[in-house]
Design a protein around this ligand. Structure first.
Ligand code: FAD
Length: 322
């Protein structure tokens, strides 16, 4: 029996999010001969992105382009998405484990009477069974889960699964009419964007993070310069956010964002368990701390005992010369 796989694409600041291409790769890991794949692209004035998305998918790209979908609104997005899912009759729906994905996926799972596995970091498919790896206990352990029967909804953690390669045959673009229900209970009047920089923190390959040791908002400047040279993003501990040095949009940890960059540079961060929950899966962790006993050194691959205000500019200088 053939199955339909559907990726719910995400757009951020006018561009496709990298996690969408990772979700397409997840589909290629799961799909068997004869299965179909589709992506659903929702937003306003996003039709030009459909052809870009189509390059990575041998199947269909369904586009829902309407002014009412300009900003994420759970009700409107759910209504639009389920309209398309009704025609696709999916076996598996794949979301990014992002703010939008985490909101929409359970609604869709309930609608489809599907099981859901969230925050997947790896997929193993033997051909007969697919297992999904996800972190538990704030990243201290991993569990492997399988579905038994029925439709499936999964969300994948950004930056863990490779991005899809270009498809041999680009997908067909299907434009779908959307007419918002007149009785939408919430209407977005204004959106204030709080970003942590030029590069999306959850998708950045390099993250330079500051803690209370940075001591002030001004103290983040050297970290921003290092992140700029690396083409990365700046993050923070809750200690730094609580102290008012930076915005909570930058917070990494149990109650903040989860990041898994190639390199995570922790500057003036002690390494509390709640912070580790958000960054311990980074490929390489570099810690800079004045205190040789700081717990962050227990998870760090490389540790520098020293003053971050001396070490960070030196790193920036060295990386600039590479
Ligand atoms: P501190 O613990 O004060 O550490 C500062 C470090 O900077 C010290 O190790 C010090 O040696 C070093 N330092 C000082 N000056 C310098 C210098 N010049 N050069 C180099 N090093 C220097 N925290 C998070 O980060 N994310 C979360 O999501 C989160 N969620 C939480 C949820 C709950 C329910 C609770 C209870 C707590 C949570 N916390 C979270 C808070 C967490 O417990 C810690 O309090 C917080 O992470 C500490 O931040 P910090 O490491 O920046 O500060």
């Amino acid at each position: 029996m053939s199955h339909a796989y559907v990726v719910v694409a995400e757009v951020r600041a006018g561009a496709l999010r990298q996690v969408t291409l990772e979700a397409l790769h997840a589909v290629s890991l799961l799909k068997e001969e004869g299965d179909s794949a589709a992506a659903v692209l929702i937003g306003s004035q996003i039709t030009p992105l459909a052809s870009e998305l189509a390059e990575y998918l041998d199947g269909e790209v369904h586009v829902l382009d309407h002014p009412a979908l300009e900003n994420y609104n759970a009700e409107a997005y759910f209504e639009a998405l389920t309209q398309v899912l009704g025609t696709l009759n999916p076996h598996t729906v794949v979301f990014g484990h992002t703010a939008i994905g985490r909101d929409l996926a359970p609604m869709v799972a309930a609608h489809l009477n599907a099981g859901q596995i969230s925050d997947i970091t790896a997929i193993q498919n033997t051909g007969t069974t697919a297992s999904f790896t996800r972190p538990i206990y704030a990243g201290k352990a991993f569990e492997q889960k399988q579905f038994t029967d029925g439709p499936r909804v999964i969300t994948i953690r950004p930056n863990n699964i490779p991005t899809a390669a270009k498809a041999a045959n680009p997908a067909t673009i299907v434009e779908t009419e959307y007419s918002p229900a007149v009785d939408l209970k919430s209407v977005i009047k204004d959106v204030v964007r709080k970003t942590s920089g030029k590069v999306d923190l959850t998708e950045a390959k390099f993250v330079v993070s500051g803690g209370r040791g940075v001591k002030s908002a001004e103290g983040f400047k050297p970290l921003e310069e290092l992140a700029d040279v690396l083409g990365g993003a700046v993050g923070a501990s809750r200690g730094a956010c609580d102290a008012g040095y930076c915005d909570y949009a930058m917070q990494i940890g149990q109650t903040g964002k989860v990041v898994t960059p190639e390199i995570y540079i922790a500057c003036g961060i002690s390494g509390a368990i709640q912070h580790l929950a958000g960054m311990s899966q980074s490929r390489v962790i570099i810690a800079i701390n004045k205190d040789p006993e700081a717990p962050i050194f227990k998870v760090a691959d490389y540790g520098i005992v020293g003053d971050l205000f001396e070490v960070v500019p030196l790193l920036t200088k060295e990386f600039r010369e590479i």
